[in-house]
Write a protein that binds this ligand. Structure first.
Ligand code: HEC
Length: 190
């Protein structure tokens, strides 16, 4: 699974060089990294569910994401995480900017914008450093419903209950906004 992601991120560098400014290149990388990660995670989940069933696959949404995001971070300098207005793992809770953007994503979706166009970017000052941030919406797709839908298999529900006693990430329908990839990188500082 490492190979396609590496190719994608490498390609970005090439495409990025044609772009005008450095910040635009970085946003392009962040966008492509989000797309690559979304695709790879979905593939990993589907194959893990085929291999060992959904209960076995529960760790994939969490554990598999880590090496992938580390790889992206090494290749692009962007730190990647996931967040949502309704989190399963409280460690993924949004900060103020992320919460606001997630609310905007929902409002934009309700107003007829496509899921694929839901992105946000900003640069903020933090501890004397400039930090560039980027978010990209994550839709609920078919395989996600096994663990985030309305009718979970009892064994899945039981396992999730034991791992995530405050789970809010259930009851989703196909095509809804699940959350977002959230990326950041330090661009300057002393
Ligand atoms: C086999 C069960 C399973 C499937 C299938 C699954 N997830 Fe998850 N998902 C989880 C678990 C478990 C977590 C908590 C991970 C953690 O501890 O960080 C999670 C967390 C997330 C988060 C992070 C925010 C949060 O709620 O903590 C997002 C976003 C997410 N999933 C999206 C998806 C999407 C999109 C799909 C479909 C492509 C999907 N998941 C399919 C089990 C699953």
């Amino acid at each position: 699974m490492k190979f396609p992601l590496t190719i994608t991120v490498l390609l970005l560098g090439v495409i990025g060089n044609a772009w005008a400014d450095e910040s635009g290149i970085a946003i392009g990388q962040a966008r492509q990294a989000s797309l690559a990660l979304g695709k790879t995670l979905k593939q990993e989940l589907v194959s893990a569910m085929k291999r060992g069933g959904p209960v076995e696959a529960i760790s994939v949404c969490n554990l598999k994401a880590m090496p992938l995001t580390e790889q992206i971070s090494t290749e692009t300098g962007w730190q990647v995480a996931r967040t949502s207005l309704k989190v399963r793992n409280p460690a993924n809770s949004p900060d103020d900017w992320e919460r606001h953007q997630l609310q905007q994503f929902q409002a934009r979706l309700d107003a007829g914008e496509s899921m694929a166009s839901l992105e946000a970017a900003t640069t903020e000052q933090r501890d004397g450093k400039s930090v560039q941030r980027f978010m990209k919406a994550i839709p609920v797709q078919g395989p996600c419903l096994v663990c985030h839908g309305t009718e979970l298999a009892p064994a899945v529900a039981q396992k999730l209950d034991s791992l995530y006693p405050n789970d809010q990430a259930r009851g989703y329908q196909l095509g809804e906004l699940r959350g977002a990839f959230t990326l950041e990188r330090v661009i300057s500082g002393e």
